[in-house]
Design a protein around this ligand. Structure first.
Ligand SMILES: NC(=O)c1ccc[n+]([C@@H]2O[C@H](COP(=O)([O-])OP(=O)(O)OC[C@H]3O[C@@H](n4cnc5c(N)ncnc54)[C@H](OP(=O)(O)O)[C@@H]3O)[C@@H](O)[C@H]2O)c1
Length: 447
């Protein structure tokens, strides 16, 4: 078995490491899970604490380990860029599939306008929102923007046009936009028009905050957050099949905030058949559009019944293969579900990379939260497609006959997939661990 993990560019990996500080994947408490809204979690967790007592138990951040550069080459963001990053974080729940961006206009040392993206699809881009707020005061100002301004017509006209028309003198950008329609064109257009352009102020923080977006645009696939709840001995269902609930209310509410920060919640057919989940956002503020509920059912085993196929609750998408009986496919469609027929994967089921590409390309999914079960999680790990793991660990022991978290055969330590814990917190009576694929080891074994 070949297990490939940690794919992605060096920049993505650095961004992902920094992400341990800015939590791209979802809820981002500074202390424990369910912490209050902060500039760093950008309000996507709704500022709820749930009355739970929380405390950090350990944080091991690879970016700050000896031999690594914690702050990144660009150092701390300037004060206006810090504010722009805060605005960007506030846009996180409403902007996707657009990137969540913040913009601050400064003239003569004074902030004259601020803006953030969205809500999608009718809202303005951050630059336009800030220019509108500033009015004539934008002339001669410096615009601090967390992402390169767009230079193409989409749902809105190009932001470069708006910046030029307003007479902005300088544009400071934290991070380039890898979207092929932008990719340097925005900066080139501004420079060609005589606007001073600086890039890199707050680059690491912006890359960390936008990690799911940057990954989606660079790879064409949704950013994957694999989530499960397990006992201390790594079991996700009891020997008798019981699975509700392994963790307590605080951990479950935290997981709902993670759902709310995602545009798709994905499960395999085994979980649907065993648990009849509804996969809706409940114990968290609802996002403007509920996440897609995505079922991976290669053989058409899941009947179109139960809350998962209630279109009043949220939209449902079934990803299947040509092996599914046509009657079953027709039944899903009759119940209002979308159906994607994809090629079979190398180990059976659906081709997971293709599913993630379609989620990004056809359904505007920037972040997909995959809630299992063990079969689907193992398939994603084998394919090297997990970008982040969020695992809630309960103080319970379910024993050897209970279901392991992953259906993965690993012959020994040498071939074990390695992850790095980037965050650990107490969440009610449970622990919440956030892990990322470990960077590739050096030949001498050093990470
Ligand atoms: N505690 C937790 O966090 C948690 C979360 C979820 C589930 N669970 C538990 O997990 C158990 C279900 O486990 P499970 O492994 O059967 O669930 P699963 O991973 O949800 O479903 C596995 C099934 O998904 C389908 N599938 C489609 N494409 C796949 C692909 N590329 N790779 C892998 N599978 C693919 C396969 O069926 P086809 O070949 O028919 O397509 C496969 O048999 C239940 O007891 C449930 O309660 C626990």
């Amino acid at each position: 078995m070949r297990v490939r993990m940690g794919e992605g560019t060096a920049v993505e990996r650095r961004a992902a490491r920094s992400a341990s500080r800015t939590h791209p994947g979802g809820p981002a408490p500074r202390r424990g899970c369910g912490g209050g809204t902060t500039a760093r979690d950008g309000g996507e967790n709704g500022g709820e604490n749930g009355g739970e007592s929380v405390e950090d138990i350990q944080v091991r951040d690879p970016a700050t380990e000896p031999g690594r550069t914690g702050a990144g080459p660009t150092g701390d963001p300037s004060a206006p860029m810090r504010r722009a990053l805060q605005l960007a974080a506030e846009a996180r729940p409403v902007a996707p599939p657009w990137p969540w961006v913040g913009c601050v206009l400064v003239r003569d040392g004074q902030v004259v306008g601020e803006g953030r993206t969205g809500p999608y699809p009718g809202g303005p881009h951050a630059e336009v929102a800030a220019l509108t707020a500033a009015g004539p005061a934008a002339r001669g100002a410096t615009a601090y923007v967390t992402l390169e301004p767009c230079d193409h017509h989409g749902n809105t006209p190009p932001c470069t046009d708006a910046l030029l028309a307003a007479g902005v003198a300088e544009v400071v950008v934290a991070q380039g936009d890898p979207d092929p329609r932008v990719a340097g064109r925005g900066l080139a257009r501004l420079r060609a028009a005589g606007v001073a352009v600086r890039v890199g102020d707050g680059a690491d923080a912006a890359a960390a905050m936008l990690a799911p977006y940057l990954h989606q645009r660079r790879t064409g696939r949704a950013y994957v957050v694999a989530k499960w709840a397990s006992s201390l001995d790594g079991r996700v269902a009891g020997a008798d099949g019981s699975a509700r609930w392994i963790t307590g209310p605080a951990a479950r509410a935290d997981a709902h905030r993670l759902r709310a920060a995602s545009q798709a919640v994905v499960v395999g057919s085994g979980t649907v058949l065993a648990d009849r989940p509804s996969l809706t956002v409940r114990d968290a503020p609802s996002p403007p559009r509920p996440p897609w509920r995505v079922v991976l059912d290669g053989r058409g085993r899941v009947p179109a019944t139960g809350p998962l196929f209630d279109p009043e609750l949220a939209p449902t998408l079934v990803c299947t293969t040509g092996a599914a009986p046509p009657e079953r496919v027709a039944e899903w469609r009759r119940r209002g579900a979308q159906v994607e027929v994809v090629p079979a994967g190398p180990g059976g089921g659906v081709d997971l990379a293709e599913v993630l590409s379609r989620l990004a390309g056809r359904y505007g999914v920037v972040q997909a939260m995959v809630e299992g079960g063990p079969g689907v999680h193992a398939g994603l790990v084998r394919a090297g497609l997990v970008d982040r793991f969020v695992v809630y660990v309960a103080g319970a022991l379910l024993g050897r006959d209970a279901r392991p978290a992953l259906d993965l055969a690993v012959p020994g330590l040498e071939s074990a997939p390695r992850l790095v814990v980037v965050e650990a917190a107490v969440c009610g009576g449970d622990a919440r661990l956030v892990l990322e694929p470990a960077p590739a080891a050096e030949p001498d074994g050093r990470p």
